[in-house]
Design a protein around this ligand. Structure first.
Ligand SMILES: [Zn+2]
Length: 257
């Protein structure tokens, strides 16, 4: 283990220990703040009216996010990670910062109780694909796959799935996981959870190449944000099946696909 990794571990530990991992959100006419290391089971709700919170500000976690962006830059520079650039407008570090900030916000909204486990997993990640939110974390019967776009208007804001690395050829239906896909919008460090869709919905209502395929880019499959399902529908699926359901989720997380 290199010295820089050790220093980053220590830095992350310090941030988590001292309660600097906070999020804030507006609801019922006031700004509410939650300490992410001390939240009980999710999803995140307003402390006054109990409504689901859909938009959060995670700027208090910026130092931790930057430490992970630096770690990925080091992995890229030493050849342990390939480039994720899909356009010439964003650097790999921009992509990492956007993705991590949006995933952190999704975890804070859907499974705040699992936040510390999520950060530990993110600190170990060498992968290119987004981190799943595990079934045991969310209480859902499928993993949650977080997608992010900065935009949300009439023409832009697609939930996009690209082929895994090291696969040949065209986009294929089997590259779409049996997961709940959720779309986050916004820029670091303010994000909104727009909606969700499952594999069947994506196959039925999605389209090939919703965003143009540029030179040396792969095909993709995606769906416009306006066609996604509302989040309270997903929230109602949480915790189904009682104790048997909990065991099933744990089993699937550890031994399932
Ligand atoms: Zn409220």
């Amino acid at each position: 283990m290199g010295r820089s990794t050790f220093q980053q571990r220590r830095l992350c530990g310090r941030l988590l220990d001292h309660g600097q991992m906070q999020i804030s959100y507006e609801h019922c006419g006031e700004t509410q703040t939650s300490d992410l290391t001390r939240l009980s089971s999710g999803p995140l709700r307003c402390e006054h009216c109990d409504e689901l919170i859909m938009a959060v500000d995670v700027s208090a976690t910026a130092e931790w996010i930057e430490s992970q962006v630096d770690r990925k830059r080091h992995l890229l520079e030493t050849g342990q990670l390939g480039t994720r650039k899909q356009s010439t407008q964003q650097t790999d570090s921009d992509i990492d910062r956007d993705g991590l900030s949006a995933e952190l916000a999704a975890c804070a909204i859907l499974c705040p109780n699992a936040f510390v486990s999520w950060t530990r997993a993110a600190e170990r990640s060498k992968g290119n694909r987004g981190r799943d939110l595990l079934r045991t974390w969310t209480g859902l019967n499928r993993p949650v796959e977080v997608k992010h776009t900065r935009y949300q208007d009439d023409h832009r804001g697609f939930l996009v799935i690209r082929p895994p690395r090291n696969t040949p050829g065209r986009m294929r239906a089997e590259y779409i996981d049996d997961a709940y896909y959720v779309l986050m919008t916004g820029e670091p460090f303010r994000h909104k959870l727009v909606g969700w869709i499952d594999r069947a919905g994506l196959l039925a209502e999605g389209q090939l190449n919703p965003v143009p395929v540029g030179h040396s880019q792969r095909e993709s499959w995606g769906i416009h944000w306006s066609k996604l399902r509302p989040i309270d529908e997903l929230a109602r699926k949480i915790g189904q099946g009682g104790l048997v359901g909990s065991f099933g989720r744990w089993f699937e997380d550890h031994f399932g696909g």
